[in-house]
Write a protein that binds this ligand. Structure first.
Ligand code: PRP
Ligand code: MN
Ligand code: MG
Length: 182
């Protein structure tokens, strides 16, 4: 285990199994309605890149991949409260079935912003798959069709999740020792 991590919450194997289940569910739910066009999987950079890469390989219907970069956290441990688009999609999503792959729902600010922004482009449907949903006291009401795991209200890293851009490459998800960011 990494020296800055106090506890592993989800192992590499647990994550793999859960991602496979979500991929199978998306495959079944969209096989009929998306038809030959399939879905567009949208990853929210940078945190969700690893989840999306693994999820895409568990989806067995046509699946385009596109990326959007928005950021609210910068290098801090708290959301700045302001969401910025750093990179927009390359594809047009009008009339398409869109599935957003996010790594974590925390305050809900990022997904609330993204859902509103993408809905205005008139997709055929808009669905959220989040690997983690944090149990926080205050969280915006975001409708997530697929949730991998509920996680405690602690600062967690790994499998895409960073602190100051580090730890994204850990293959597991763990709790960051408070002394690292205090
Ligand atoms: C993190 C995380 C989610 C978002 C969740 O992204 O990857 O996208 O925060 O927090 P919220 O529900 O409170 O909005 P961050 O802004 O740190 O950018 P990153 O993905 O590049 O790390
Ligand atoms: Mn993110
Ligand atoms: Mg971050």
């Amino acid at each position: 285990m990494h020296k800055d991590v106090s506890e592993i919450l989800f192992t590499e194997e647990q994550i793999h199994d859960r991602v496979a289940e979500i991929g199978a569910a998306i495959t079944e739910d969209f096989r009929e309605k998306a038809g030959d066009d399939g879905i567009i999987l949208i990853s929210v950079l940078r945190g969700a890149a690893i989840f999306m890469a693994d999820l895409a390989r568990e989806i067995k219907i046509p699946c385009e991949m596109d990326y959007m970069a928005i950021s609210s956290y910068g290098n801090g441990v708290k959301s700045s409260g302001v969401v910025r688009i750093l990179k927009d999609l390359s594809s047009h999503i009008e009339g398409r079935h869109v599935v957003i792959a996010e790594d974590i729902l925390d305050s809900g600010l990022t997904l609330t912003y993204l859902l509103k922004n993408l809905a205005s482009r008139n997709p055929a449907s808009l669905t959220v798959a989040t690997l983690l949903r944090k149990k926080t006291k205050v969280q915006a009401d975001v409708d997530c069709a697929y949730v991998g795991f509920e996680c405690p209200d602690q600062f967690i890293v790994g499998y895409g999740l960073d602190y100051a851009e580090r730890y994204r490459n850990l293959p597991y998800i763990g709790v960051l020792k408070p002394e690292v960011y205090e």
